[in-house]
Each structure stands twice: as structure tokens, then as C-alpha cells.
Design a protein around this ligand. Structure first.
Ligand code: CMP
Length: 229
């Protein structure tokens, strides 16, 4: 197996970010989707979908942010993905009519357009391209999930934290920043580690000058983050 100890993670993180669903539709197509949907509003920290429950609607995010996670009976959770404006979720049960594969809760006040299975079929009848866009996004999600499996199986916690920071980071005013309102517990739930461990790693990366941790964000100063201690 390739030795990753001495390589930085910078090169591995330059993949394209997924393009949100909404931005791939024309104004006319968006209008059609809107006319077939109902709008729903949720406050911060509200449960939108629960893993294991039946449901056949797809949710498109107009505003706000959600976390997609799986949990166990002791209340531990693994965050699979954070989704924001223009993204959708709930498509899996809508397509295969199986129980929800994960839970979804809001991280902020959020507004959604909700499409039922029959409304989705109508949308595809009128704009077949929508099916292609949804398939493309599903393929991207499988790629990301594969990457995550690799990260969990092959990297230690240090590498997982570093790679997750790079995955979440976006350019903002010339700075590479993780602007998500994520707590250290959320970050721990994304990498399958304890909050204390994540705290120690952030401190170490900060002391070594790779990142700077502010109260609501993390700035990546040197993107060549080390994959291990
Ligand atoms: P569904 O199974 O209907 O309900 C839970 C939703 O979470 C699921 O549809 C997807 O929309 C979303 N989801 C599940 N796994 C992932 C993942 N690995 N990445 C992004 N979204 C996911």
C-alpha cells in the first residue's frame, strides 16, 4: 500500500465541488419545478427526515443548511454530508420506495421546495433532462461516498480531520475558509472520532501554522495539510 505518511493532502483535495441541482436548471425549468412543489419552512435544529421511516418526497433546499447523518441507539451520529442552497435530498426513497437511508436535520432556519413522487414524474415528463441531472448528482454522491469510505478505512484520525477540512473549505475574499457553522462535535461526527481528539488535532494544526481557528470559522493558511502527526 502506498505510504501516505509524508504526503500532504493538498493535491487530493483539488477535485471539483459538486454543482447544486438548481443552478443546472434554466429559469423556465425552475419555474416548472416550483409550480409542481409545495414550500415548507423549518426552524434551526428541526428534524426533516428520520432514518428508517417511509416517505416518498424529494426536498430541494431554497435557503438554509442541513446535515445528513446516520445514528445508533446510543445517540452517536456519523455525518454523511452537509447540504446547502440548491442541493436536494430525499431522492433515494422517492426513487426506490425503501425507508429513508439517513436522517436529515436543519443546521439553520431553512426553506424547502418539496416534490412528491408523482410531481417528480410529471416534471421529468415535461423536462426529461431533469432525470439526467439527478443521475449525475447521484453519481457524484457515490464518488464522494467512495472517497469517504477510503478516508475512514485508510487514514488515521489526523488525516481524516485534515481531509475533511479541505473538503469543506471554499475561497472567501481570497482566503480558503471553512465557513460552515460546525461545532467541534459536528466535525468529530464527520470523521468518526471524539470531540476531544478533534480539539487536539485542530490545536496541533493551528500551532504548526497550517490553520487558524476563529470562533465561527477555520482558515486554511497552508493547504498542504499533513495527513498524519
Ligand atoms: P433518502 O434515503 O430518501 O432520505 C435520506 C437522504 O439523505 C437520502 O435520501 C439522500 O438524499 C441523503 N443521503 C443519504 N446518504 C447520503 C450521502 N452519502 N451523501 C449525501 N446525501 C445522502
Amino acid at each position: 500500500m502506498e505510504n501516505t505518511k509524508n504526503r500532504s493532502l493538498g493535491a487530493a483535495s483539488t477535485g471539483l465541488k459538486a454543482i447544486p441541482f438548481f443552478t443546472q436548471l434554466t429559469e423556465r425549468e425552475l419555474e416548472l419545478v416550483r409550480s409542481l412543489s409545495t414550500e415548507k419552512h423549518y426552524p434551526k435544529n428541526a428534524v426533516v427526515l428520520t432514518e428508517g421511516e417511509m416517505g416518498d418526497s424529494l426536498f430541494m433546499i431554497r435557503s438554509g443548511k442541513v446535515k445528513v447523518f446516520i445514528g445508533d441507539q446510543d445517540g452517536r451520529e456519523m455525518i454523511l454530508k452537509i447540504l446547502g442552497p440548491g442541493d436536494f435530498f430525499g431522492e433515494m426513497s422517492m426513487i426506490d420506495k425503501q425507508p429513508r437511508s439517513a436522517s436529515v436535520t436543519t443546521l439553520e432556519t431553512s426553506a424547502f421546495l418539496v416534490l412528491s413522487h408523482s410531481a417528480f414524474e410529471k416534471a421529468i415528463e415535461q423536462v426529461p433532462r431533469i432525470a439526467t441531472i439527478v443521475m449525475r448528482i447521484l453519481a457524484q454522491r457515490v464518488r464522494e461516498a467512495d472517497k469517504k469510505i477510503g478516508t475512514l478505512a485508510l487514514m488515521d484520525v489526523y488525516g481524516r480531520v485534515a481531509s475533511t477540512l479541505l473538503e469543506l473549505a471554499v475561497m472567501d475574499n481570497g482566503k480558503l475558509m471553512v465557513g460552515e457553522k460546525l461545532s467541534q462535535q459536528d466535525l468529530a461526527n464527520m470523521v468518526g472520532a471524539s470531540r476531544e481528539m478533534v480539539n487536539r488535532i485542530l490545536k496541533d494544526l493551528s500551532e504548526r501554522g497550517f490553520i487558524s481557528v476563529e470562533s465561527k470559522s477555520i482558515t486554511i493558511i497552508n493547504r498542504e495539510l499533513p495527513p498524519s502527526l
